[in-house]
Write a protein that binds this ligand. Sequence first.
Ligand code: THU
Length: 149
Amino acid sequence: MISKDLQEQLIKCAKEAQEKSYTPYSKFPVGAAVITEDGDIFTGCNIENISYGLTNCGERTAIFKMMSEKGPKTKIKAIAVTTKADIACTPCGACRQVIQEFSTPETVVIYKGEKDYVVVPMSQHLPGAFTEFVAIDQDGSSKRIQPGV
Ligand code: THU
């Protein structure tokens, strides 16, 4: 579980990051703050591009900052997402898959619900997630591949 104090701290960090967003096209600034299992916080904002598909969401900015600073064993304890409009913004599909890669069964997502912020387990955000495949070698031998392994 994540304490109320920590939730509020993450929301504050995400709100600060949101101020840095580059959103000339959507005018929809998004902020995100991740806390790692060992207590480090990383923030991010959405960064748009005139070639729209190259836009990076706030969540992925924060997660890629986390990974590049902390290294491949890092796991997310919680991620908070905020918007200037103060409306619900749940992570998009691409971000869910990226959060999933660095999640544990305890990872939670925090975002604005109907009234207050809500804390929702990541497992509810991507049921049936793509989390493994089988690599088949030319000699026919096969190996199960799972995140990070
Ligand atoms: N956006 C995010 O940053 N995170 C999400 O989870 C959903 C969408 C951004 C992308 C784009 O800059 C703007 O919101 C409108 O889609």
